[in-house]
Each structure stands twice: as C-alpha cells, then as structure tokens.
Design a protein around this ligand. Structure first.
Ligand SMILES: [Zn+2]
Length: 259
C-alpha cells in the first residue's frame, strides 16, 4: 500500500481520464491520494473529488504562484472549508524564490496567513519551497508552526535543512526528482529519519524515471518507492509500510489507507 501525498488531480491534464487515472493508482497499490489545492478554484475541485471518491482527500490553500489571489476575502472563506471531514491539510502554501510568480512580500503574507489558519483549525501544513528553504524554515519557526507540523513537499533542500525541518516537527516529501540522474535529493531522502519520510508525485508534473517527461500520475509513486528501495537499506515492502504509516498519521487519513 502507498499514499500519494501530493497530487493535482484537479488540473486540466486529468480532465479527460480521471477515472482511469484513479483506477490505475488503486491497481498499483496506491490506496490513498491527497489532492492539493493551489487556489480557491482548485481547492473546491479537490474537495468535490474527495467527497465523491473513497481514498481521495483534499488540501486547501493558495500556492505561492497564486498568493496574489489570497486576499482577505479569499482567506476568509477557508476556515469553513477546513472544517470539512475530508479536508486534511492547509496548502499548498509557501515561498518560491525561483520564479517571480508574485512579489515576495505578497508570498510571505499569504504564507503566514496559512500558518495561522492551520493553527486555528489544528491541521498540518503542505508547504511548497523552491530556492527558499532558509526563509521558509525561519517563517515556520517565527510563527510557531511546529504546533501543527506538516510536510515540506518535493523537498529540494540539503541534509542540514532537512534536519531543521524535522526539528520543527515537519515531514519531508519526495517524488520523481529523487529518480533523476545525479539528483542531490536522493541522498537527502535516504538520510531522512524513517518516521518523517513521505512519498508523493506532484502530478501532473515531475514524473519519475522510467516515465520521466511524460504526464505524471498517482500510480507512479510506486516507482519512487522502488527507486528508494534499490538505493537505500530498506526493502520495497518496508518503505511502503513506513511511508504509508507516516502519511496516515500525519494527515489523519482513514485506516483503509494502510490496507
Ligand atoms: Zn503541488
């Protein structure tokens, strides 16, 4: 059993064959999927999907790229959504210094507001950090985000930053990038304490080898687990068991996710 802890099934790339995508995930042993919102529209779509499909859960928030939309009116709509049964996290939120999606002060204001919402609703955070790990960790610390914890998804920081995240009560999420040739993320992933490692696809993006370059989908989280098993000290079964248990307890997923 595996959990894809970060998917974007509400993106247009899945419009035509979403049922088949979910069936393939289940056939590959991916019992549960966290569908992650990036703005109000995709968050509402994630909620609708979670309410109609067993094993799909929703996260609600504004990606840094959409942080300009996270104005007071939009943020005021989130608490009600965060109360819904299948909404299990706040996000994705965070900082992206790689692309100038939105002014940095706008990104940071939205990020801090999401941390406040997570604490008020007692839900974990799903955090996007690109070329911004140092600042993300500072903001998490300043805002006391360790009270709720969460995940630094698609983690691309170094081992020291991974440890800082662990010390702040966060998990680290890894996906297709660990399978890329000469990926620095592989050694970082293999060094993460076993109880803090979770797996994801970030689909439709970043498909792992051997599907690199194609549309990614939740079934492919299996390739990430296989790759880590080949290059680390744990068997495939043990990685599945451990990462699924971690995801289930972090996000409070149903027992059926563990099979
Ligand atoms: Zn994402």
């Amino acid at each position: 059993m595996l959990v894809d802890t970060h998917a974007h099934l509400s993106f247009p790339k899945f419009e035509k064959d979403l049922d088949a995508v979910i069936t393939r995930a289940n056939d590959a042993g991916v019992t549960c999927i966290v569908d992650v919102g990036t703005n109000l529209e995709t968050s509402l779509k994630a909620i609708a999907l979670s309410e109609s499909v067993d094993g799909v859960y929703a996260a609600v928030g504004f990606h840094p790229a959409d942080s300009i939309k996270a104005n007071d009116d939009a943020l005021a709509q989130l608490p009600e959504l965060l109360n819904l049964e299948k909404v299990i996290a706040v996000g994705e939120t965070g900082l992206d210094f790689f692309r100038d999606y939105a002014p940095l002060d706008v990104q940071e204001k939205s990020f801090r507001a999401h941390i406040h919402l997570a604490k008020a609703s007692n839900l974990p955070l799903i955090i996007h950090s690109r070329a911004a790990e140092r600042r993300v960790l500072e903001v998490l610390q300043e805002e006391g985000a360790q009270d709720v914890g969460g995940v630094l998804h698609c983690f691309a920081g170094n081992a020291e930053q991974a440890q800082q995240a662990v010390d702040l009560n966060f998990h680290l999420g890894f996906g297709g990038i660990v399978t890329f040739k000469n990926s620095a993320a592989l050694a970082v992933a293999l060094g993460v304490p076993g109880n803090r490692l979770i797996l994801e696809t970030d689909c439709p993006f970043l498909a792992p080898v051997p599907k690199r370059g194609k549309r990614n989908e939740p079934a492919y989280v299996r390739f990430v687990a296989e790759y880590l098993a080949q290059h680390g000290n744990l068997s495939f079964d043990r990685i599945c068991e451990q990462t699924t248990a971690n995801a289930t307890s972090l996000f409070g997923l149903g027992a059926s996710c563990e099979g």
